[in-house]
Write a protein that binds this ligand. Structure first.
Ligand code: HAM
Length: 421
C-alpha cells in the first residue's frame, strides 16, 4: 500500500510555503501594532473542554471532533478551534487580573472531521485574537477593525461583514421562548435533528442545512427586536462605532454562529467575489464562557478566528499572491581545490544577508550556469583556479550579460551598492 497523506489533510510545499511565511509575518506585525501578545496552546486537550465550551448540541461536538483515548484511557480531542484552549490557559495560569485587558493572538492548525472540499479541510489553520476582560462595545469594534486591517494588509479590500446580536445570557430565555413560539406550529414539518434541537437548544436550528427546514427558519423573528434594552444599546453602540470608522457591514438578523458560547455581538467576514463562498473569518463576544469554565468572576471577552486556507484561496483567485523573492547570486562551484574557496565566499555573502545558492550535486560549470539562468539569478560568481591565484573573482551579471573582475573586498562593496536589501 502506498502511504499517502490522510484525506482532508495536505502538505504545504514550496513555493506555496513561502505564501504561508508571508501571511504569518504580516499577521504578526499587524497584531503587534495593535498590542496583542502571542499564546501557543497544545493541539490536543481533554475532550470535556470542548464539550463544555463549544456546546454538546453543536455540529462540531456531535459530528466533527477528532476524539481518541490515550494509553491511560483518557478521552482527548484534537482542538477544533482556539478559543476554548485560550480560556482554559487564562484560567489555569491566572492571567486574568482586575482592570487589565488581555489581548492575545494565536496561529496554528485546527482539526474538524468535515467532508473535505474546496476551502474545507480536516486539518486547517486559523489565526485569531481574543480580547479578554472588556465588556465595552469598543472591544467588539476593535476586533472588527483589526479583522478589516488584516484583510486590507493582504490587499483584500473587497471583503464584507455580516453582523448580528444573540443577546446576553439575561436575554437568552426570552430569545429561546420567542423562537420556540414561532417554530411550534411548524415543528412537525422539520427534520429529526431540528426536533431535537428545538427541545435541547433551539438556537441550533440555524445549523440545519435541510432546505425545507431552512425555509421555516428564514421566517423566524429578528433577534435584535427580542432582546433586553442593555443588549439593544450595546449592539447600537457597536454599529455606531463601525459607522464612525466607515466599516461597512450588513446586519443579518438570522446570523447564528456554530458555537454555543457566543453572547451579544457576532460577526463573519465573507467575499462575494467568488460567488457562494463560506466565511473567511468569524467571531463574536462570549461574556459567559469564563464563568461556565469555573471562574468565580464574570470575565467578558470577544474575539475572532480567520481561516488561512480560505484566505489563500481568495488571494490566489484574485491573483494577489506575492511571488517568492528570487535568489540573487549563484556562486559557481568548480570543484577541486577551488571548492573550499567558493564555499567560504558563499558563506560570507549569506552571513551578510544575500540570497546565495551553491551547487551541491557536483554538476558541470555549464549546467550550473544553465540553472542560474533558468531560475532567474541576477549574478553568478566564478572562482576557479586562475582567480584563486590572482585573489580575484569574476562577477557575471546574467541580466546585462556583462562580466567584471574584482577582489573579494571590491565584490562586497559592489554587491552592497547594487543589491538593495
Ligand atoms: P469558526 O467560525 O468556527 O470560529 O472558524 C473560524 C474560521 O475558520 C471560519 O470562518 C473558516 O474560515 C475557518 N474554518 C472553519 N472550519 C474550517 C475547515 N474545516 N476548513 C477550512 N477552514 C475552516 C471559531 O473557530 C471561533 N473560535 C472564532 C472565535 C474566536 N470566536 C471568538 N474568538
Amino acid at each position: 500500500m502506498k502511504l499517502q497523506s490522510v484525506r482532508g489533510t495536505y502538505d504545504i510545499l514550496p513555493p506555496e510555503s513561502f505564501i504561508w511565511e508571508w501571511i504569518e509575518s504580516k499577521t504578526r506585525n499587524l497584531f503587534n501594532c495593535f498590542n496583542y501578545k502571542e499564546i501557543k496552546t497544545p493541539v490536543f486537550e481533554v475532550t470535556e473542554l470542548f464539550n463544555r465550551t463549544i456546546g454538546d448540541c453543536t455540529d462540531i461536538v456531535l459530528k466533527e471532533m477528532y476524539t481518541f483515548q490515550d494509553k491511560k484511557g483518557r478521552s482527548l480531542t484534537l482542538r477544533p478551534e482556539g478559543t476554548a484552549s485560550v480560556v482554559r490557559a487564562c484560567l489555569q495560569h491566572k492571567l486574568i487580573q482586575q482592570n487589565y485587558i488581555n489581548k492575545l493572538f494565536y496561529f496554528g492548525p485546527m482539526f474538524r472531521y468535515e467532508r473535505p472540499q474546496a476551502g474545507r479541510q480536516r486539518q486547517f489553520h486559523q489565526t485569531g485574537i481574543e480580547i479578554i476582560g472588556s465588556s465595552f462595545p469598543c472591544a467588539d469594534i476593535e476586533a472588527i477593525l483589526l479583522l478589516k486591517a488584516f484583510f486590507n494588509e493582504l490587499g483584500l479590500d473587497d471583503i464584507k461583514f455580516r453582523i448580528n446580536t444573540t443577546g446576553s445570557r439575561a436575554s437568552r430565555p426570552m430569545l429561546n421562548q420567542a423562537l420556540k413560539e414561532a417554530l411550534e406550529p411548524n415543528i412537525n414539518n422539520m427534520c429529526n435533528d431540528c426536533i431535537l434541537r428545538f427541545s435541547r437548544n433551539v438556537l441550533r436550528v440555524y445549523d440545519c442545512k435541510v432546505p425545507s427546514c431552512k425555509k421555516i427558519i428564514q421566517k423566524l423573528p429578528a433577534f435584535a427586536g427580542i432582546l433586553n434594552a442593555d443588549d439593544q444599546s450595546h449592539f447600537d453602540e457597536v454599529k455606531a462605532g463601525l459607522d464612525a470608522l466607515k466599516i461597512e457591514y450588513k446586519v443579518d438578523p438570522h446570523l447564528v454562529r456554530g458555537l454555543d458560547y457566543y453572547t451579544r455581538t457576532i460577526f463573519e467576514v465573507y467575499t462575494d467575489k467568488l460567488g457562494a463562498c463560506d466565511a473567511l473569518a468569524g467571531g463574536g463576544r462570549y461574556d459567559g464562557l469564563f464563568e461556565e469554565m469555573g471562574s468565580s468572576e464574570i470575565i467578558p471577552a470577544v474575539g475572532f478566528a480567520i481561516g488561512i486556507e480560505r484566505v489563500i484561496n481568495v488571494l490566489k483567485n484574485m491573483k494577489l499572491l506575492p511571488s517568492q523573492p528570487r535568489h540573487e547570486i549563484m556562486v559557481i562551484n568548480f570543484g577541486g581545490s577551488a571548492y573550499l574557496h567558493s564555499l567560504k565566499l558563499t558563506n560570507r555573502l549569506r552571513c551578510s544577508g544575500y540570497l546565495v545558492d551553491f551547487d551541491l550535486s557536483g554538476r558541470s560549470v555549464k549546467a550550473q550556469f544553465r540553472t542560474a539562468g533558468r531560475e532567474g539569478f541576477r549574478f553568478a560568481i566564478v572562482m576557479g583556479e586562475e582567480e584563486i591565484i590572482k585573489q580575484t573573482v569574476k562577477l557575471k551579471d546574467l541580466f546585462q550579460q556583462t562580466e567584471i573582475e574584482l577582489t573579494e573586498e571590491q565584490l562586497v562593496r559592489f554587491l552592497h551598492e547594487s543589491i538593495k536589501k
